[in-house]
Design a protein around this ligand. Sequence first.
Ligand code: GLP
Length: 250
Amino acid sequence: MRLIVTKDYAAMSDAAADYVADFIRTNPDASLTPATGSTPVGLYEELALRRQRGRLDASRLRIFQLDEYLGIAADDSRSLYGWLQRALLQPMGIPTDNVVSLPGNAPDPLAACHAYHAAVVAAGGLDLALLGLGPNGHLGYNDPPADANSTTRLLKLSESSLQGAANYFGGYDRVPRQALTMGMDLLLAARHKLLVVSGAHKREILRQALLGPVTPDVPASYLQQAANVTVIADEAAADPAVLAKFGSSL
Ligand code: GLP
């Protein structure tokens, strides 16, 4: 595991954009799953800027949607698919034909999860999982407990995740109670994993994920045992003990 600690959020976004842009240049046909949420927004903006300046072509990437709310159609503006469209796919010129979605409104969600898993396997697995860290240690919507073998599935969202999504849905009561998520199995098997973390509110959970016991109660802790993991965190999120064990400062 490699940890890069940056001064602040903007520097974290820049460093992550350097990583992802290099990755895309080396692997223009890569299969990638991108996180939603507030943490990667600056990273996606920075990637879009580099594309505008003609320095980056992402049009051949294959994108695998990381998670989606149950009952929310892709064309619903509240869907995570819609969020991804606005934040990453459109600004980066990635055609929708290149995207394998997790359909939140599938008539048979379990069958949709199986089909999704099969599509990832058929693509040869993921080259890059670009992840954020949930306040409870989740990756994607793998809320605890989630072990390393948990598969793509429909699950009940935790209290923490429901509260985290309340603003996005305009109120806690409006948040769908269930979601579809890519499983830990596919995430951990990705050939490269990039975790971006920002803010003092993530400091304790990042410490647990990187230094605590490897446990289903902190799904991100499985990254300790995975190959090719890069964590880019800002100073606010990086506990001194974490920095001492893994880190290098920019
Ligand atoms: C979200 C998503 C995750 C995301 C995480 C952290 O709800 N399901 O994919 O990485 O929670 O979100 P944020 O970056 O807003 O803290």
